[in-house]
Design a protein around this ligand. Structure first.
Ligand SMILES: C[S@@+](CC[C@H](N)C(=O)[O-])C[C@H]1O[C@@H](n2cnc3c(N)ncnc32)[C@H](O)[C@@H]1O
Length: 284
C-alpha cells in the first residue's frame, strides 16, 4: 500500500522520529484518534482504516477537507499550479495579505483558502505557521526562487486514503475531539510543546500554556480509565514529568529544525508517554 506523507511542513512534525514513535504503537486497536494532527506524520504512516483526526487550526483542517472532496480537490490542484507559476516575493505578500480583509477572506472558496495555506507553508520562511492576535498570517517570505506546492502523487495518495477509509475530520478543541473514544481505541496526542523556559509554542491565536497541559493530562487520565490506549509526545520538562508520573515515560532524542529562536535548534530531549507497555499488550 502506498502511504501519504505530510503535505505541509509543520512545527513539531514527527517525520524525524517516526520509527521511534511506531515502536510504541499497539499492534491492534479499533479507532485511531489524533486530536492535534498538524501535518499528520503518524496518521499517514499508520494509514488506519478508521480514524478521527482533528486540529484547532481551521485553515489546516480545511486543506484536509478539500483533499477529501473530489471537486474541491481538483480545483485546489489547479490553484496550486497557478501559485507555482506566479510565485515571487511580491506575489507571496499579495496572497499572504488576503486575510487582512476579513470580509472578503471569509467569502473565499474553500479550495482557494486551502491552496493558499499550502502555498504559504511552502513559500514562507522555514515552513512556520504563525498568526498575530488578529489571526493574520505573518511569516515573512522564504526567499525561494521556486516552490513545489503541487506534489501530485502525494496529494492523490492522501485523497485515496481519506476516501477509501472511514476518516472523520474535525476542527475543534482536543477535549471535544476525543469525547466519543471507547475502550480499545488508540489516541495519539501531539500537543504544542511545553517548555521549562519559554520557547516557541504559539501555533494559533490562543497559544497552549501550562493550564492547557494540565487539562490535557486530565483528559489523558480519563481516557486511560475508559480502557483506551493513550500515547503522548512532549518535551522532557519538569511539568510533563510531574503530570504523567503514574505512566510510562520513554525519553528519546529528537532533531528539531523549526524554532522561532535559531539558537535553540538542534537535539532536544523529548518524551513518549504511554498508559501501556507494548510487551504487555503483545501477550494478550
Ligand atoms: C505539535 S503540533 C502537531 C504536530 C503533528 N503531529 C505533526 O506531526 O506534524 C500541535 C498542533 O496542535 C494544534 N492545537 C493547538 N491547540 C489546540 C487545541 N486546544 N485543540 C486542538 N488542537 C490544538 C495546533 O494547531 C498544532 O497543529
Amino acid at each position: 500500500m502506498l502511504k501519504g506523507k505530510p503535505f505541509v511542513k509543520w512545527a513539531g512534525g514527527k517525520r524525524q522520529i517516526i520509527d521511534k514513535l511506531k515502536k510504541y504503537v499497539p499492534n491492534d486497536f479499533n479507532t485511531y484518534y489524533e486530536p492535534f494532527v498538524g501535518g499528520g506524520a503518524l496518521l499517514f504512516e499508520l494509514s488506519p482504516k478508521r480514524a478521527v483526526i482533528n486540529d484547532s487550526n481551521q485553515e489546516l483542517m480545511n486543506v484536509y477537507e478539500c483533499i477529501k472532496d473530489a471537486k474541491k480537490f481538483e480545483a485546489m490542484c489547479r490553484e496550486l499550479n497557478h501559485h507555482e507559476k506566479e510565485h515571487s516575493q511580491e506575489y507571496y505578500y499579495q496572497i499572504r495579505n488576503l486575510d487582512r480583509d476579513k470580509k472578503s477572506f471569509n467569502k473565499l472558496a474553500d479550495y482557494k483558502r486551502a491552496a493558499r495555506t499550502i502555498y504559504l507553508n511552502k513559500a514562507c520562511f522555514n515552513g512556520l505557521y504563525r498568526v498575530n492576535s488578529k489571526n493574520e498570517f505573518n511569516v515573512p517570505f522564504g526567499k525561494k526562487n521556486k516552490v513545489n506546492t503541487y506534489e501530485g502523487q502525494n496529494l492523490g495518495i492522501i485523497c485515496g486514503f481519506l476516501n477509501y477509509n472511514d476518516i472523520k475530520l474535525l476542527s475543534t478543541d482536543f477535549e471535544e475531539a476525543v469525547q466519543d473514544a471507547k475502550k480499545g481505541d488508540f489516541i495519539y496526542f501531539d500537543p504544542p510543546y511545553d517548555s521549562d523556559s519559554s520557547t516557541f509554542n504559539s501555533y494559533t491565536e490562543n497559544g497552549f500554556g501550562k493550564e492547557e497541559q494540565k487539562r490535557l493530562a486530565r483528559v489523558f487520565k480519563e481516557l486511560s480509565a475508559k480502557g483506551c490506549y493513550v500515547m503522548l509526545s512532549n518535551h522532557n520538562t519538569k511539568l510533563i514529568n510531574e503530570l504523567y508520573k503514574d505512566f510510562n515515560i520513554h525519553i528519546i532524542e529528537a532533531k528539531r529544525s523549526i524554532n522561532s529562536d535559531g539558537t535553540k535548534r538542534g537535539n532536544v530531549k523529548e518524551v513518549i508517554i504511554t498508559n501501556f507497555e507494548k510487551e504487555d499488550l503483545d501477550f494478550k
